[in-house]
Design a protein around this ligand. Structure first.
Ligand SMILES: [Zn+2]
Length: 349
């Protein structure tokens, strides 16, 4: 977790300078902008935002599922089951965006089905993690959910949560290529933390005890899956070792909800106790957590080196909570080396 205050200050100073230098009276012609012009541009920008969220959510899902599955021995799973699938539903977006959901994710559905299943929109599958229960039951991306446990899809997430909490088996009626298919999926136990993408312009990651948030800027800064696996591992380590037990569920894993942010109440309790040691613990446990899921993490420190280009003051000095980027990189390398040596010894036995 890092807030790049310095960068922000420089940014605002630049804006103030660049906007206040010119006081001359100049005449210009206001273009005539109709409401329709604006609505079209708003739609375009919302479409880009939602598509970026979907791309980032799929990437994070692909990387985080094996981590959540392989670390079951160290984290809380509180009885709720996981399917390894990510959904989007109209209710995930603000009310004003309902029409965008229908246009972007429900447009190809035959109007007949809305009438038959008595709904204005259907949830859709955004991602199916490899080798997950959903994958083995052959659920596919873009499958449309017509029914959950033979019930209407109103309050889809509530019904999903209810089902994952009380039963290992969940039934879906699915629409795929205009064909209706029934699927029954047997959930498994995995760590119940949600790993989500979050719009923000600075590369950063957060944990609030229930979820892990990786900013879109961090996802764009990372060049390999290993780098993101480490960031996820670090934040999961905070959730596992530094927060109290929380009742998470895969049903709360949002893919297009661009307004979902870390719960401040939880974050505050974390900040009270946040120390150098906790950050070092999260780094070193984070390496173990990601490594256990099969990530080699070979060039993972390139992330810190790239980050230092944006924030040179962090290369060798340390802020109040964090050690310098140089020190973090060295400690991560040494931990990784130790893990690899012990892994090789285990394999030789
Ligand atoms: Zn941290």
């Amino acid at each position: 977790m890092k807030v790049y205050l310095n960068l922000l200050i420089i940014f605002f100073v630049l804006i103030i300078n660049s906007c206040s230098n010119n006081n001359k009276n100049i005449s210009f012609h206001f273009p005539n902008v109709s409401q329709l012009d604006e609505e079209e541009e708003v739609f375009l920008q919302k479409k880009i935002l939602i598509n970026e969220m979907i791309y980032a959510s799929k990437l994070l899902h692909k990387i985080s599922w094996p981590i959540l599955k392989k670390n079951i021995d160290i984290c809380n799973h509180n009885g709720s089951y996981s399917l390894g699938v990510l959904f989007a539903a109209e209710q995930d977006l603000p009310k004003n965006d309902s029409s965008y959901y229908r246009l972007l994710l429900n447009r190809e559905i035959n109007p007949y089905y809305f009438k038959k299943y008595d709904t204005v929109s259907f949830p859709i599958i955004i991602s199916v993690a490899k080798n997950s229960p959903a994958y083995k039951s052959q659920l596919l991306e873009k499958d449309i959910i017509l029914e959950i446990n033979s019930q209407k899809v109103w309050d889809f997430r509530e019904k999903l949560k209810e089902s994952l909490t009380h039963s290992s088996v969940i039934n879906f009626t699915i629409l795929r290529n205009d064909k209706v298919i029934k699927k029954s999926i047997q959930g498994i136990k995995a760590c119940n933390y949600n790993v989500q993408a979050m719009p923000a312009s600075s590369p950063n990651a957060f944990a609030d005890g229930e979820k892990v948030f990786i900013t879109l800027a961090a996802i764009k800064l990372a060049k390999t899956e290993d780098e993101l696996a480490f960031l996820i591992g670090h934040e999961l380590a905070h959730n596992i070792y530094h927060y109290n037990y929380k009742k998470g569920t895969e049903a709360n894993n949002f893919t297009i909800n661009y307004l979902d942010i870390p719960k401040l109440k939880n974050l505050n309790s974390f900040f009270l106790f946040s120390t150098h040691n906790k950050e070092t613990e999260a780094d070193l446990k984070g390496v173990e957590i990601a490594f256990k899921a099969g990530y080699s993490l070979d060039n993972v420190n390139d992330y810190w080196r790239r980050l230092s280009v944006f924030n040179p003051s962090l290369i060798s000095s340390s802020s109040t909570v964090y050690k310098s980027n140089a020190l973090r990189a060295i400690m991560i390398s040494k931990t990784l080396k130790r893990l690899k040596v012990s892994n090789e010894k285990k394999q030789k036995k």
